[in-house]
Structures are given as structure tokens and as C-alpha cells.
Design a protein around this ligand. Structure first.
Ligand SMILES: NC(=O)c1ccc[n+]([C@@H]2O[C@H](COP(=O)([O-])OP(=O)(O)OC[C@H]3O[C@@H](n4cnc5c(N)ncnc54)[C@H](O)[C@@H]3O)[C@@H](O)[C@H]2O)c1
Length: 418
């Protein structure tokens, strides 16, 4: 297999799905239903650019499954968005929502564009036209988008507004990840990092390890990585290394994460932080530690470097950071993997809370959000461990098996409408 094939997200998803489905002795018909998305929408969106010319952008929305509830998943803006990638991410969302047992299916969207070279006005017009094209397919009961790569609270506010104008009333529950004053949820920003910290706590308990002396390395200091590092720091973990795209820091006595956050806010980079040493960014993730958290992007642990990792636990903050070939290498090395569809599910769980609060019109305190999130994450961790033990499979396959079992059960119970 070439490195390019190894990194294809659809192949990676399909390989794990097939393996888990086989282990479950999944009925042939259900297998066929769940292997492919329910609906794939392609739109070509004309946008008036600032210089008066018209550009046409291609956008996708893939709805993988709606068996357990409305489809749920982010929208990304990037030059390399492809249908295969959006398909894979949509399926991952189905499995992720099922692992944490929330009543959503899976979807994902994307527009091929280069947002770094577009003005706010161009981005707003593109977002509104993309939303307008999707009006028949999205909605609080149908499909609920959220932010993903290069989209944010503002993008969600534009989608919410456009959708509301079309249906004739304000509909906050059509998207999640909104600003708090527009129906967003308290605690959403920190939720993915928070879920990761709960998984780390549970993994230590499961493996008979302690927080004291537990060294953590985090790759990526964005939303997920910085919140995970901060929460783990507050719980007493020793964050010894942090990498970013432009540099890395190490301090074997522990990095003062609040001080680093302050430094980054002022300097715009983690580099130059006085209380840690600079380090080679590619080598940092191979340094000895108890927990490694890839929280940057996909395909960072591959056949090329898996052998070199020296962590006891790999807690996947990013989506798809590990390839299937790397999975086999890590299994041989007995690395305890907390797979992405469990580890980073805190984000979609808080999105579910946002949707619930919008539909109730009653908003929870941050403490209530956090408390409910902690319960769901720790129960889901235990559910995955039960599957791993009873089926004698690794944690990733266990998470897939749990998810597929739940979606297959609902699909069978609803019956075929054909
Ligand atoms: N934000 C969420 O709630 C959420 C939920 C689930 C999964 N995820 C996944 O987590 C990952 C990170 O998401 P985010 O929201 O934190 O994004 P982000 O853009 O806020 O942060 C990513 C960070 O990683 C850094 N980075 C990029 N490439 C790197 C590299 N090769 N080495 C080191 N650092 C690198 C970037 O500079 C950035 O600071 C993505 O895979 C995303 O799909 C995010």
C-alpha cells in the first residue's frame, strides 16, 4: 500500500467498518445499508466577489445515516475538500454519535475554497448561498450542521439567519456551535478538550496508573489541544511537551499551561515561551510519555513513525490522526489507544446539549453542561471497554462495534420502507 492510499480517509473508515461488522456477524443487508451514505448532495454556488466578478464554488453535504435521529456534522472550508473526505467524515459522525449514545445520525459538509484569500463579505455570501441550496435538506429535525475546519461561530450565525429567513421564523436549533447570545451553549468551546480529559482520567483508572507523574505531550495547541492541555494541567497531569505547526516546546518538570496561553495570546505563537525549551516539532511526539494527544489534524501517525512512539496511551483528539497500518504497529507495541470516535466526542455531545437547549428555549449553567458531559464521556468509555473485553478486540474496533451495533439495532427495529 502506498502512503497516499494509507492516508485515504474513506478507505480508512471503510476498512475499520468492514472489520468491526465482520466481528459482529452483521446481517448482509444491514451491512450494505450502513457502509454507504444515505444521501450525497453536490452544489455549485455562484458568488459575487468583491472585485465584481462571479466565482462558482463546489460544495458538498453528505448525510450518512439518519436512523437514530437528525444527521449531525460540521462544515469545512478548504481548498482540498473532496467528496471522499466528506463521505468518510460523515460516516465517522454516525459512529461517534452512536458511541456516546446521543440521538443523532451522521453528516458532514464542505466547500472547495481558499478562505484565507477571501474577504468576510465573500465568505458570508458563499455561506448564505450554500445554505440556501441546502434548505430542503437541513433543519432541526433533519440535519444540523456545526463548525469544522475554517468555519466558526460567525459562519453558524449566517447559516442560522439564512435558514430562518427561508422558513419564516427564527430557528436557532438548525445549527450548533453558535455564539452564546444566539442560542449557543455554555461550555461548548471547552467541551472536546474536556471530554479528552475525562477519557484520560478513565484510562488511568482502567490501567491502574495515577495522575501523579503522568507525563503528557500534546500535538496542536488550537481549540482541542489547548483546552485539553489546560484541563489536564488543572487536574494535576504534567504537560511536558506541546507542538504547533511552527515549533515545539518541552519542559520535563511540566509546562505552565495558563502562562503559555497568556504568552500565545500576546505573541501569536507558542515559540519564544521563556519557561520551556524549544524542541524539534517532528521529534517531540516520539519522546517518552504516558499520554500522547494528537489534536491537530489527520494522518499524523502512519507507517512512517508509529514504530517510534514511546507513549503508553494514545488519546486521539483530532479526527483520523492514525492510519490503519499504524494501528497494527501500535497494537503490537501494546499502546492503549483511545480512538477519536470516543476521545473527541465531547464536542458533539455538547452540540447535542445546545440543540436540546435551543428546542427547550431554556439554557443551562456551565456547571450543568460540564456535569452532564462528564457523565456521558465516562459511561461511554466504560461501554467501549466492555466491548473490547467481551469481543477480545482493540479499543478502536470495540468503539466501531458498539456504534454499529446501536445503529444496526435501530435500523432493524424501524424496519425497511421500500
Ligand atoms: N473543535 C472541536 O470541537 C473538535 C471536535 C472533534 C474533533 N475535532 C478535531 O480536532 C482537530 C483539531 O481541531 P481544532 O478545532 O482544535 O482546530 P484548530 O484549528 O483550533 O487547532 C488545530 C491546531 O493544530 C495546529 N497544527 C496544524 N498542523 C499541525 C501539525 N502538523 N503539528 C502540530 N500542530 C499543528 C494548528 O496550528 C492549530 O493551532 C481536528 O482534527 C478536528 O477535526 C475538533
Amino acid at each position: 500500500m502506498t502512503l497516499e492510499q494509507e492516508k485515504n480517509p474513506w478507505e480508512a473508515q471503510a476498512a475499520r467498518f468492514d472489520y468491526a461488522a465482520k466481528k459482529l456477524n452483521l446481517d448482509d443487508g444491514i451491512w450494505k445499508i450502513l457502509r454507504y451514505p444515505t444521501r450525497e448532495i453536490i452544489v455549485h454556488i455562484p458568488v459575487l466577489m468583491d472585485d465584481g466578478t462571479i466565482e462558482v464554488f463546489t460544495g458538498y453535504r453528505v448525510q450518512h445515516s439518519m436512523a437514530r435521529g437528525p444527521a449531525k456534522g460540521g462544515i469545512r472550508y478548504a481548498p482540498d475538500v473532496s467528496l471522499d473526505e466528506v463521505r468518510a467524515l460523515a460516516s465517522w459522525m454516525t459512529w461517534k454519535c452512536a458511541v456516546v449514545n446521543i440521538p443523532f445520525g451522521g453528516a458532514k459538509g464542505g466547500v472547495i475554497c481558499d478562505p484565507k484569500h477571501m474577504s468576510q463579505g465573500e465568505l458570508e455570501r458563499m455561506t448564505r448561498r450554500y445554505t440556501a441550496e441546502l434548505i430542503p435538506f437541513i433543519g432541526p429535525e433533519k440535519d444540523v450542521p456545526a463548525p469544522d475546519m475554517n468555519t466558526n461561530e460567525q459562519t453558524m450565525a449566517w447559516i442560522m439567519d439564512t435558514y430562518s429567513m427561508h422558513v419564516g421564523h427564527t430557528s436557532t436549533a438548525v445549527v450548533t456551535g453558535k455564539p452564546v447570545n444566539l442560542g449557543g451553549s455554555r461550555g461548548r468551546k471547552e467541551a472536546t478538550g474536556r471530554g479528552i480529559s475525562v477519557c484520560c482520567d478513565e484510562a488511568l483508572k482502567y490501567l491502574g496508573m495515577t495522575i501523579e507523574g503522568c507525563r503528557v505531550i500534546v500535538q496542536g495547541f488550537g481549540n482541542v489541544g489547548s483546552n485539553a492541555a489546560h484541563l489536564l494541567y488543572k487536574k494535576g497531569y504534567t504537560i511536558i511537551g506541546i507542538t504547533e505547526y511552527d515549533g515545539a516546546l518541552i519542559n520535563l518538570n511540566g509546562i505552565d499551561v495558563p502562562a503559555l496561553l497568556e504568552h500565545r495570546a500576546k505573541a501569536g505563537t507558542i515559540n519564544g515561551f521563556a519557561k520551556a525549551d524549544a524542541f524539534d516539532k517532528d521529534e517531540l511526539i516520539t519522546q517518552p510519555c504516558e499520554i500522547l494527544i494528537p489534536a491537530a489534524t489527520e494522518n499524523v501517525i502512519t507507517s512512517q513513525n508509529a514504530e517510534l512512539l514511546r507513549c503508553r496511551i494514545l488519546c486521539e483528539g483530532a479526527n483520523g490522526p492514525t492510519t490503519t497500518v499504524a494501528d497494527d504497529i501500535l497494537a503490537e507495541k501494546k499502546v492503549f489507544v483511545i480512538p477519536d470516535i470516543l476521545a473527541n466526542a465531547g464536542g458533539v455531545t455538547a452540540s447535542y446539549f445546545e440543540w436540546v437547549q435551543d428546542r427547550m428555549g431554556y439554557f443551562w449553567t456551565e456547571a450543568e453542561v460540564n456535569q452532564r458531559l462528564d457523565v456521558i464521556m465516562s459511561e461511554s468509555f466504560k461501554d467501549v471497554m466492555k466491548y473490547a473485553e467481551s469481543h477480545a478486540v482493540d479499543n478502536r474496533i470495540a468503539a466501531y462495534m458498539l456504534a454499529i451495533d446501536r445503529v444496526a439495532y435501530t435500523t432493524k427495529q424501524r424496519g425497511m420502507y421500500a
